[in-house]
Design a binder for this molecule. Structure first.
Ligand code: DGL
Length: 268
């Protein structure tokens, strides 16, 4: 394993580019190889078996690209496929999910009593956050709410407007999220509506942007493994399993700049 090898990142689609963008900010010297499974998104409505199947194929693709670490930039795939991927990859390459770094950080923080979680139906149904917090800090109360309209709404460019405000306010007014101290944005699309969520709570709730926490964790893991790239930066590569010009246009929203997407078929 060489420190010059790329960081592999994948998501059900382009939402995981928020995590890629946060990683690029903290690790500007690292080459990123991103795979967005646009042919099968949304994962949030799929069965755990389907999400496992797709995730294993993508991990194999990133392994073939000689990635030195693989980051699951999707809460739904982190909830359902992490253990299979750990088993599949063995000690070939470390794998990082978007849930554990966040749970570890908040469980240690000590000032929260109740934590809210919003995410796709599939992530919330898995109850993964409550189960992990129970192990990490049993004193914390965790209350989760599925917010399935948010990811498609963001992908269609509906944020910072009256429609997004109405949808966000309606979800956040749920009794499940009453009296929370922190709210975990447990979907990689949600950093784009972080400001609107903060505006709803008017500073009374700590909004947890998982992309930044995961990026810091990737930095720390690579540093620990002595795998931080000290060589020159190679060009990032972005792959999708289904290409449309509209996906490409949306990359600007999630990554901060428009990027060229390459179509890659990995299913046969
Ligand atoms: N990126 C996915 C996640 O973080 C949400 C989108 C989807 O349902 O595929 O859970």
């Amino acid at each position: 394993m060489s420190s010059t090898f790329p960081i592999g990142i994948f998501d059900s689609g382009i939402g995981g580019l928020t995590v890629a963008s946060a990683i690029r900010k903290i690790l500007p010297n690292e080459q990123l190889i991103y795979f967005g499974d646009t042919a099968h998104m949304p994962y949030g409505d799929k069965s755990p078996e389907a999400v496992k199947f797709y995730s294993l194929k993508i991990a194999k693709f990133l392994l073939d690209k000689q990635c030195k670490v693989i980051v699951i930039a999707c809460n739904t795939a982190s909830a359902h496929a992490f253990h299979e991927l750990v088993h599949f990859l063995g000690d070939q390459v470390p794998i990082i999910n978007v849930i554990d770094p966040v749970v570890d950080l908040l469980a240690k923080n000590g000032s929260d009593k109740k934590i809210g979680v919003i995410g796709t139906k599939s992530t919330i149904r898995s109850d993964i956050y409550a189960r992990k917090f129970k192990l990490a800090n049993p004193d914390l109360e965790v209350s989760s709410l599925a917010t399935p309209l948010l990811a498609p709404m963001i992908e269609e460019g509906f944020f910072n407007n009256n429609i997004s405000k109405t949808v966000i306010n309606s979800y956040l007014s749920s009794s499940k999220l009453k009296k929370i101290d922190s709210l975990i944005l447990a979907c990689t699309h949600y950093p784009l509506i972080q400001d609107e969520i903060s505006a709803f709570y008017k500073g009374t709730v700590n909004i947890i942007n998982t992309a930044e926490i995961v990026a810091q964790y990737v930095h720390d893991r690579l540093s620990e493994l002595k795998l931080l790239n000290e060589g020159s930066l190679k060009k990032h590569q972005f792959y999708v399993s289904d290409y449309t010009p509209s996906f490409e246009k949306s990359t600007r929203l999630f990554f901060g700049e428009k990027i060229g997407l390459r179509l890659e078929s990995i299913w046969e």
